[in-house]
Design a protein around this ligand. Structure first.
Ligand code: MG
Length: 384
């Protein structure tokens, strides 16, 4: 599939199919041109393909938004009739794709900052965090020297939490703009490279430490692992770090809680290392909120794998997806029992996602070099 192919004014395939024979404009006199263009316009009006391109999921549409898409949004592929997350009169938008010196290389870690009226996300290899303003769609650099941050989250006071690859730590941005280090080591050994975080109702911040940031210079720097790959919990009152999971998951990556905080979902991106799991494990969170038990496979994402995940208020799990070929690019939605409900197809790999907007019913997706958004008939469970 050609990406970003400009939608032709006259669709040649449709013109041929309807018997309208076109030659190059140079061969037309004015009367011919007007007559033939009018005939082609009739042919185009009879088929949505002339607008959306040739891909059934509309991935080859004109992403500038100049050409309309006929509702319902073709990017949704509903797999189970229980799925109610598609907003019938909303369409998938690419809200940002930087060009030239503004281009991003690899986007992750979106976080909705409703009180700031913006979305933040990481452009990891460019060592910066970008900001999309809700009011006018303007994109600017929020932060340079970001420590090659990856995932972002917010605590229960709304403060920004950043997971830094290069500096190998978890930081919190205070209301005055200063930063506080929440965790950078455990029992005297440096963390690997924290990746993603979620905040529990009790104020504790749970995060994953798969170590991608110390595998090479592109997203951090190469360094030896001093600790196993793990899921950690930072106590909200004492700041004490404790181990939640070790060994069960090869590369713990995205994570989120169920809306009632009784379950913890953790992604395994072990498939980046070879024939290892590409799934989500669901744990029961104990009643004190300090540990987990009873791990079970929630969903398998091979081919490809998921990375960032978020729950909606009905407990459905929305998962970025990709790396298994074009038809795995996008988002998968799973019911609380693990059943696959729907795909949302995008032209690029979606690593991470979050819900945003004042009603948290707009899904924002960091799609490789772009940011996509769509209003959905679902509401994000977490603050961001
Ligand atoms: Mg991640």
């Amino acid at each position: 599939m050609e990406r970003n192919r400009p939608t032709p004014i006259i669709d040649l395939d449709q013109a041929r199919a309807t018997g309208t024979v076109l030659t190059t404009p140079k061969a037309f006199n004015r009367r011919d041109f007007l007559t033939r263009t009018a005939a082609a316009t009739v042919a185009i009006a009879a088929s949505p393909l002339a607008i959306a391109g040739t891909d059934k999921f509309g991935r080859d549409r004109d992403w500038t938004g100049n050409d309309p898409i006929t509702y319902p949004e073709p990017a949704f592929e509903v797999k189970d009739k229980r799925f109610s997350g598609r907003q019938g009169n909303a369409t998938l938008q690419r809200i940002w794709h930087g060009m030239g010196n503004d281009a991003s290389l690899w986007n992750e870690g979106p976080v909705w900052m409703g009180d700031w009226g913006c979305l933040l996300w990481s452009d990891i290899p460019n060592h910066r965090v970008l900001r999309w303003n809700e009011d006018d769609g303007h994109v600017s650099v929020f932060q340079t020297e970001s420590g090659y941050s990856n995932g972002h989250s917010r605590d229960n006071q709304g403060r920004l939490i950043a997971m830094e690859h290069d500096t190998r730590r978890v930081r919190r941005r205070e209301y005055d703009g200063t930063w506080t280090i929440l965790a950078d080591s455990f029992e005297g050994k440096k963390l690997n490279a924290p990746n993603d975080a979620a905040t529990h109702a009790d104020g504790s911040v749970w995060f994953t430490d798969p170590g991608y940031g110390i595998l090479g210079p592109y997203e951090g720097h190469k360094a030896e692992f001093e600790l196993p790959t793990r899921v950690y919990r930072i106590d909200g009152k004492t700041g004490k770090l404790s181990v939640i999971s070790e060994g069960k998951i090869r590369r713990p990556n995205g994570l989120c809680f169920s809306p009632d905080f009784k379950k913890l979902y953790v992604v395994d991106t072990g498939a980046t290392d070879g024939p290892y799991p590409a799934d989500i494990t669901v744990f029961d969170v104990n009643s004190s909120g300090t540990g987990v038990s009873n791990p079970k496979q929630f969903a398998d994402f091979a081919p490809g794998f998921t990375d960032g995940i978020r729950c909606d208020t009905d407990g459905n799990v929305w998962c970025g997806w990709g790396w298994g070929g074009m038809d795995t690019n996008g988002v998968r939605v799973h019911a609380p029992d693990g059943t696959l409900l729907a795909f949302l197809h995008t032209p690029e790999v979606v690593a991470n996602l979050c819900f945003g907007g004042t009603k948290r019913n707009r899904l924002f997706m960091t799609g490789s070099t772009s940011v996509y958004a769509i209003y959905v008939n679902a509401v994000g469970a977490a603050l961001s």
